[in-house]
Design a binder for this molecule. Structure first.
Ligand SMILES: Cc1ncc(COP(=O)(O)O)c(C=O)c1O
Length: 373
């Protein structure tokens, strides 16, 4: 049975951001929520806890152990228990690492176009952004990073998104090793967001940075919230390399906000939801095929480079000659997409579309977009 098969009527009963931000005549394909039902073991774990009032504070290391089991099965690498700590969620883990390891005015490197909260977590806390954009081919610019690290404005930290949101780029082991070596050479704190780790097209490979011997200076922020669509349950993990003192410099209270329900839900997902997420990605991959066909038929001016990571697609609408493509499609096609400008000011001609949706919805959205031109 397919997972991305919920009807629009079923989805409109939801009260989350994706389904309530816009009126009912708008098809929402923006925020990274998936149009799926959760894996049964997650529902059972949460329900069982509610039934017995198991709604206090989390205890123990079950979440970390479930992550380690997954890492071993999926990637042939197992972090030791001492390498992992509970986190409130991924963005709070990143905030804690930045506050604990950098000072106001310090520079932090990011690779635009990149997830909007990366900009906010740096600028919102008095740090400064150094931009090393992805290359035209959508890859990490290793020469650009080396130049930035060696330059006058030496950064204190580098915030890497792996896999990359919004493009879906999956960094290679060689790229990741090189990045880690550069951070060691220039004494730059390496923070890696691996929240999209399991969202990978079938037949392609994701490399967790800490599985690489040369990358033990990295600290990873992970959460099952994205892979299993559990954003409602805030939780996550820090995973520190064997040579990553940054994780020892966290501000007070940084790890206290993980919820018991998140711990239970995420643990159940990691322990019993592996086939589920693989099935989601089989269907997302089919949706990427579908998007490619629909764009070729109906919006041939829109450019898209298919990448194996995430369920997001980053569409270059420059050739359409629109002042603001996201605004145009919302107003004239009634399709809600993410505005590229939120991923970096120069990307206003791009939109991000969420493909963790019923293929029928994607088909209707692209048709409406084409008709609006
Ligand atoms: C790259 C990336 N990091 C972090 C998050 C948010 O994670 P959390 O809710 O655990 O802070 C998202 C959500 O889409 C994301 O795409």
């Amino acid at each position: 049975m397919s997972l991305l098969s919920l009807s629009e009527a079923e989805l409109r009963a939801r009260t989350s951001m994706k389904w309530r931000t816009y009126p009912e005549d708008v098809l929402p394909l923006f925020v990274a929520e998936m149009d799926v039902l959760p894996p049964r073991p997650v529902v059972d774990a949460v329900t069982a806890a509610m039934e017995i009032g198991d709604t206090g504070y989390p205890h123990g290391t079950a979440y970390a152990e479930a992550y380690a089991d997954m890492a071993e099965r999926r990637w042939g690498w197992r972090p030791a228990p001492g390498q992992m700590r509970r986190a409130g969620d991924v963005m709070n883990a990143i905030l804690g690492l930045l506050l604990g390891n950098t000072s106001p005015g310090d520079r932090i490197v990011i690779n635009p176009p990149v997830y909007p909260p990366f900009w906010q977590v740096i600028q919102g806390y008095g740090r400064r952004i150094s931009q090393v954009p992805l290359t035209a081919a959508g890859r990490l610019d290793l020469e650009g990073l080396a130049a930035e690290f060696a330059g006058e404005n030496k950064p204190a930290a580098y915030l890497l998104c792996s896999p990359h949101n919004p493009t879906g780029t999956v960094h290679t082991p060689e790229e990741l090793s090189e990045v880690a070596a550069l951070c060691t050479a220039y004494d730059v704190v390496l923070i890696v967001d691996e929240i999209h780790a399991v969202l990978i097209d079938p037949g392609t490979t994701f490399t967790p940075i800490l599985s690489l011997p040369r990358a033990q200076n990295a600290v990873v922020a992970f959460s099952a919230g994205k892979g299993w669509n559990l954003a409602a349950f805030k939780g996550g993990l820090y995973i520190a390399g064997r040579d990553a003192p940054a994780v020892n410099h966290l501000p007070p209270l940084a790890n206290q906000s993980t919820g018991q329900m998140a711990t239970l839900a995420h643990t159940a997902a990691l322990a019993h939801g592996q086939e589920w997420v693989d099935q989601v990605m089989v269907e997302v991959s089919a949706n990427k095929d579908l998007l490619g066909r629909l764009l070729a038929q109906r919006l041939p001016q829109v450019r898209w480079q298919r990448e194996p990571g995430t369920y997001l697609a980053w569409l270059d609408c420059s050739a359409l000659g629109l002042e603001n493509p996201a605004r145009h499609f919302l107003d004239h096609a009634k399709v809600a997409l993410n505005d590229g400008a939120t991923f970096g000011a120069v990307y206003g001609q791009f939109v991000r579309i969420n493909l963790a949706a019923n293929p029928d919805l994607i088909d209707r959205a692209i048709t409406r977009m084409a008709d609006s031109l």
